[in-house]
Design a protein around this ligand. Structure first.
Ligand code: ASP
Length: 343
């Protein structure tokens, strides 16, 4: 569990992560990046989400926050996403609404609703594509893959409604990601990669309504067609207003096999424990393998939150914003929260 000094009154309306793949200060330096850049990226994301929530919904907050991180090459989502072993970006994303009353045939009276896309290669902001699937009228579809997903989200109406843009696959590539697959030994990707995860995620709550979202390029050097935990509701993304919203980051296969995101909410409901305890237990339950595991972010309807990471995970870029718009961020596991004054 992360050791953080929280003021007792701290409650969040939006929490985010920028992945469990935190690099050492030396590795950052080698790549010409700084801790401050990552903190700034997190703060910008939190502020964009906070702004969107002033008039909008928790879904608006999650989408806005994640879009900022997708557009930043610092994170493993959208621009700067990791690449498959054959050099392509294949992106996954999901959004889940913990209290939908249902819209559209096939979704009426749903207790919750969710949408996800997997293996898309030409959608600039996958989180908006996931939202388009979640809100897809007249259909019960939850998860769309590859070409079919792209055909749906890139139609004229969706492009306009969700500001979805088509890009060539090379838009996502960065020197760092190309190097990771060309010289896996040179940076932080080996055959058994240790925490190179940099998936992004967000959970927001407004008027008791919880929405969670996650977006990723997956794991570096992954087999083409590999699907991780991010777009699988219950594994990397989950929301239930009665309990909490969750977004995960780490070795997707472990999250899938432990249904981690759902497990956090289920523990709260069945065991009547709080979000901190439930999130810690669910993460601790995963096998903490060499090069495996990661962390989750979880937020309950009252604004209480948790950011646990597994024992061997060096940290998780993370942050939260209060109702008043105060922004706090942290990166390494033992970091204290740092308040960022956003101009
Ligand atoms: N969980 C993601 C996946 O396995 C990777 C990450 O968190 O960066 O696809």
């Amino acid at each position: 569990m992360l050791t953080t000094t929280l003021h007792a009154e701290d409650k969040a309306i939006l929490i985010i992560h920028g992945g469990a793949g935190v690099r050492s200060p030396e590795a950052l330096k080698k790549a010409g990046e700084t801790r401050e850049q990552i903190e700034e990226g997190l703060a910008k994301s939190l502020l964009a989400g906070w702004k969107a929530m002033q008039k909008g919904t928790s879904a608006d907050g999650v989408e806005a926050a994640i879009r900022v991180m997708e557009d930043s090459p610092l994170f493993n989502a959208g621009k700067g996403a990791v690449l498959t072993s054959d050099g392509r970006a294949e992106l996954d994303a999901a959004m889940m609404d913990g209290s939908a009353e249902g819209t559209g045939d096939g979704k009426v009276n749903a207790k919750r609703r969710g949408g996800a896309i997997t293996g898309v290669a030409h959608v600039k902001n996958p989180i908006s594509a996931a939202r388009a699937v979640m809100e897809m009228e007249g259909s019960r579809h939850v998860l769309l893959a590859g070409q079919g997903a792209e055909d749906f989200v890139l139609n004229e109406a969706n492009r306009r409604k969700y500001a979805i843009e088509r890009v060539e696959n090379h838009y996502f590539w960065t020197d760092r990601r190309l190097k990771q697959i060309r010289q896996p030994e040179a940076e932080d990707v080996r055959h058994d990669p240790e925490f190179v995860a940099g998936t992004v995620g967000a959970v927001a709550v407004k008027d008791g309504r919880i929405v969670a979202g996650t977006s990723t390029g997956g794991l570096a050097n992954k087999w083409p067609g590999r699907v991780g935990d991010t777009p699988l509701l219950g594994s990397g993304t989950w929301a239930d207003d009665r309990a909490c919203g969750v977004s995960g980051t780490g070795t997707g296969e472990l999250f899938i096999r432990s249904a981690v995101a759902h497990d956090v909410a289920a523990r709260m409901l069945y065991k009547k424990i709080d979000v901190k305890q439930a999130a810690k237990e669910a993460v601790d339950e995963m096998p903490d393998q060499k090069g495996g595991a990661g962390g989750v972010i979880a937020l309950d309807a009252a604004g209480n939150f948790a950011f646990p990471v597994s024992e061997r995970c060096p940290g998780m870029s993370r942050g939260y914003v209060t109702e008043k718009g105060e922004v706090y961020v942290a990166i390494y596991a033992k970091d204290e929260w740092k308040k960022i004054e956003v101009k």
